[in-house]
Design a protein. Structure first.
Length: 100
């Protein structure tokens, strides 16, 4: 009978911020946990009802990754909110005003 080996849990963080509230939640997960599994385990959706989580709204330390990304120790899962305005358009408008 082979001895069972269990890998120690890894520490990650799950973060989401809105102007009125920011949450950074440390979480211990099993090795092999995916980004979407960690979001579900964190309970962060309870803090932000209606929070939309898609491949376009998540990342690790400001780098977009897929929902099936396998987490590593120390990763910070970030759930991004929708932009109010397109940054490129804002720069164009600012340049247009400065040129006037």
């Amino acid at each position: 009978m082979a001895a069972e080996t269990t890998s120690p849990a890894i520490l990650i963080e799950v973060a989401h911020a809105r102007p009125e509230k920011q949450v950074l939640r440390p979480l211990l997960v099993s090795p092999g946990t995916t980004l979407i599994e960690a979001i579900d385990q964190s309970g962060i959706r309870d803090e932000f009802p209606g929070l939309q989580v898609t491949a376009d709204t998540v990342g690790i330390f400001s780098r977009k990754v897929g929902l099936d990304y396998v987490l590593k120790a120390g990763d910070r899962v970030e759930i991004y909110r929708q932009l109010i305005a397109d940054p490129k358009e804002i720069r164009r408008e600012r340049a247009k005003k400065a040129g006037s």
